[in-house]
Write a new protein. Structure first.
Lengths: 309, 282
C-alpha cells in the first residue's frame, strides 16, 4: 500500500472523471452544510440589519419599522463618536499600509532567505491567537505617569515632570491599534506579492523602467487584490475595536464600541443593531471605493485573471 | 531575481540615471520599519512576563523581583472556573472545527461552484467581531429568547474559527491526488478503509492544524463572547473585566497571562512547524 502511495504521489495529473463519480455519494455534504451555515451566519446579519429599523421605548423593543434609531445614532453626540472612529480607523489603516506594503515587498521580493520568510510569517500569524487584553494592558505599565518610560526619562533627567500625553489619549489608542492590526495588513499583501512572476519585474527593468516606474506600473496593479484584502481586514476590526480604546483610551477616547457597549447595557438593542450595521456598511462602502480605485490602476478583474494563470 | 538585484541590474544598464528610486536604502528602510513593528508586537509579551515577577508591576520598574503574584494567583480560586470553561470550550471548538472542516474541505473542491461556496464559508473573516456578536445576540436573545450561555458562546466561536480551519484543510485537499483513492478502491478497500488508511494520514497535518487553530482562536476570543456569554465567564472575559475595573487585580492578571502564554506559545510553534514541514514536502 505504501508503495502505491509513493508512486501516485510522485505525479500530479488532474482528477479523473472516475474520482468525481466516486465522491458523488458525498455531494450532499457541502449543500447541507451551506444551508446550516447560512442560517447561523447570513441570516443573523440580515436580522441585524432589519432590527436597526426598530425602536426602543421604556426598555422594550417596538416592532414597527421606522428610521428613528438611525436618526438617533447621528445625533446626541454619537455623530461625533462615529466621525472620530472613522477618522482614527482611516489613520491607523493608512499608517499600517504605508509600513506594511514596503515590508511585504521586502519579504516577498527582497533579499530575505526562505528561512527568514518562514519565521517572519510565523511571527506575523502568532499574534492572532494571543489574548489581546493582556497584550494591550501591559502598555499601561509602560506609558503611565509612573510607568517605565516616564521613570526612565525622569531618572536620566531628560524631563522634569512626567509626560501625561502618552496614556489615555488618542495617541495611545492609535499606537495600540496600529500594532494590533499590523499583521492583518502584511499577510494578504505578502501573499499577493509573492505570486508575482519575477520575469515580469525583470522585463520591466530591461525595458528601461526605473524601480519607481516598475513599482507603480507593475507591482502595485498586480498586488491590488492583496492590498484591498489587507485594507478591508484591517479597517473592519479597527472600526469595531473594543479592547484598545477601553484599555488605552481609558474612557477619554470614546469610539463606536463604547456606544455599542452603553446601548447594550441599557437594553437598547436596535441601537446596537444600527451601530453594528453601520460598521458593516462603512466596510462595504470602502470596498466599493477600493474597487473603483483599483479600476483606475487597471481592471481589477484582469488582475484576478493574472493571479489565476 | 530579487528586487535588490533588479535595482542593481537597472542601475548598471542606465548608469547615468540619477533617479531617486535607485537609492539602495529603500529596501533596508522597508525591512527595519516592519521589523520595529514586529518588535512592538512581541515586546509587550516579554515585558508582561517580566512584570509578573516584579514587586510593583504598575510602577514601570521591574525590580525588585518577587513571586508573590503567582502565590496570590494560586491562593485565589476565582480564575479557575473561567479557565476551565475556556479550556472545555476551546477543546470542543477545536475538535468540531477539525471534523467539520475535514468533511467540507474534502467535498468542496469537487462541487460545481467551489468559489461561491468558499466565499460564503469565509464571510465571517470580513465581518467585525462586534457586528457578528451583536447579530447572533439579537437572533438568539431578542428574537428567539434562547438562554445565553455555553452553547451560544460555542456557536459564536465556531463561526469565527471555522473559516481558518477550512482554509488550512483546503491547502491539502486541493492538492490531493485523487488517484490514490481510486487505486485503493481498485485494490479492494472499502470507502471507510480508504478514508482511514489513505486520506486521513495524508490530511493529518491539516486536520491537526485546523484543530489547533480552532482551539487557540476560541481560547482567546473576547468580542463575540461579550455578547453571547449570558452569565458564563471565560478566561479572556475574566482578564478583561479584571483589567478594566480593578487596578489592584492587575498583577494577578499579569501572572495568569504569563502562564497562558507559556502554554500557548509552544503549541503555536508546533502548529507552524507542522504546517511548514508539510508544505516544504508537498
Amino acid at each position: 500500500m505504501i508503495k502505491v502511495i509513493g508512486l501516485a504521489n510522485a505525479s500530479t495529473t488532474p482528477a479523473t472523471s472516475r474520482w468525481t463519480a466516486a465522491v458523488s455519494s458525498d455531494t450532499w455534504i457541502v449543500p447541507t452544510f451551506l444551508v446550516v451555515w447560512c442560517a447561523f451566519v447570513v441570516l443573523p446579519l440580515l436580522v441585524l440589519f432589519a432590527y436597526s429599523f426598530f425602536d426602543t421605548r421604556f426598555y422594550a423593543t417596538v416592532y414597527r419599522p421606522s428610521f428613528t434609531t438611525w436618526i438617533s445614532i447621528f445625533q446626541s453626540g454619537r455623530l461625533e463618536v462615529a466621525l472620530r472612529t472613522v477618522r482614527i480607523a482611516l489613520a491607523v489603516t493608512a499608517i499600517d499600509l504605508v509600513i506594511a506594503f514596503p515590508f511585504a515587498l521586502w519579504l516577498a521580493k527582497g533579499s530575505a532567505s526562505k528561512g527568514t520568510k518562514a519565521i517572519v510569517i510565523a511571527l506575523l500569524t502568532i499574534p492572532f491567537f494571543l489574548d489581546l487584553s493582556s497584550r494591550t494592558i501591559i502598555w499601561r505599565a509602560i506609558f503611565d505617569q509612573h510607568g517605565t518610560i516616564n521613570t526612565t526619562l525622569l531618572d536620566l533627567h531628560i524631563i522634569q515632570a512626567p509626560l501625561s500625553w502618552m496614556l489615555y489619549t488618542e495617541w495611545s489608542v492609535h499606537f495600540g491599534l496600529i500594532i494590533a492590526s499590523f499583521p492583518t495588513m502584511v499577510l494578504p499583501i505578502y501573499l499577493a506579492l509573492s505570486i508575482i512572476d519575477d520575469s515580469l519585474l525583470q522585463a520591466s527593468a530591461d525595458l528601461g523602467a526605473t524601480p519607481a516606474q516598475t513599482l507603480v506600473r507593475v507591482i502595485i496593479p498586480l498586488a491590488m487584490p492583496g492590498i484591498m484584502a489587507g485594507v478591508l481586514l484591517t479597517l473592519g476590526p479597527v472600526l469595531a475595536a473594543w479592547v484598545e480604546p477601553a484599555m488605552l483610551g481609558g474612557g477619554f477616547v470614546n469610539l463606536l464600541s463604547n456606544s455599542v457597549e452603553s446601548a447594550y447595557t441599557s437594553l437598547r438593542y436596535p441601537v446596537v443593531a444600527a451601530l453594528s450595521t453601520f460598521v458593516i456598511l462603512l466596510l462595504a462602502a470602502l470596498l466599493v471605493i477600493l474597487l473603483l480605485v483599483a479600476r483606475r490602476f487597471g481592471d481589477a478583474l484582469s488582475t484576478f485573471r493574472v493571479m489565476r494563470s | 531575481m530579487s528586487v535588490d538585484a533588479l535595482a542593481r541590474h537597472a542601475e548598471t544598464t542606465r548608469s547615468r540615471s540619477s533617479d531617486w528610486s535607485y537609492w539602495r536604502g529603500w529596501s533596508s528602510l522597508a525591512k527595519w520599519a516592519g521589523l520595529i513593528l514586529l518588535f512592538l508586537i512581541y515586546f509587550p509579551l516579554a515585558w508582561l512576563a517580566l512584570m509578573s515577577v516584579s514587586e510593583r508591576p504598575l510602577s514601570g520598574v521591574p525590580l525588585p523581583l518577587t513571586l508573590e503574584h503567582y502565590q496570590a494567583l494560586f491562593n485565589d480560586t476565582r480564575w479557575v472556573g473561567p479557565f476551565e470553561a475556556s479550556l472545555v470550550l476551546a477543546l470542543l471548538v477545536g475538535i468540531v472545527c477539525a471534523a467539520v472542516a475535514t468533511l467540507v474541505g474534502r467535498a468542496l473542491p469537487s462541487i460545481r461552484r467551489p468559489g461561491t461556496a468558499l466565499l460564503l464559508c469565509v464571510l465571517p473573516l470580513f465581518v467585525p467581531g462586534m457586528s457578528m456578536g451583536a447579530a447572533l445576540f439579537i437572533v438568539f436573545r431578542a428574537m428567539l429568547g434562547v438562554k445565553l450561555g455555553f452553547s451560544t458562546i460555542f456557536l459564536g466561536h465556531f463561526i469565527w474559527a471555522f473559516p481558518f480551519a477550512l482554509l488550512i484543510i483546503l491547502v491539502l485537499t486541493t492538492r490531493f491526488d485523487h488517484r490514490l483513492v481510486e487505486a485503493s478502491a481498485d485494490l479492494g478497500a472499502s470507502r471507510w478503509q480508504t478514508f482511514w488508511r489513505i486520506e486521513f494520514p495524508l490530511l493529518r497535518p491539516g486536520i491537526i492544524g485546523a484543530g489547533l487553530f480552532g482551539f487557540l482562536l476560541s481560547f482567546n476570543e473576547v468580542l463575540r463572547t461579550i455578547f453571547l456569554r449570558g452569565t458564563e465567564t471565560t478566561m479572556p472575559i475574566y482578564n478583561w473585566t479584571m483589567a478594566a475595573s480593578q487596578q489592584s487585580r492587575v498583577p494577578i492578571i499579569f501572572a495568569l497571562a504569563t502562564i497562558v502564554l507559556v502554554i500557548t506559545l509552544p503549541l503555536l510553534g508546533g502548529a507552524f512547524w507542522l504546517l511548514y514541514a508539510r508544505m516544504d514536502k508537498g
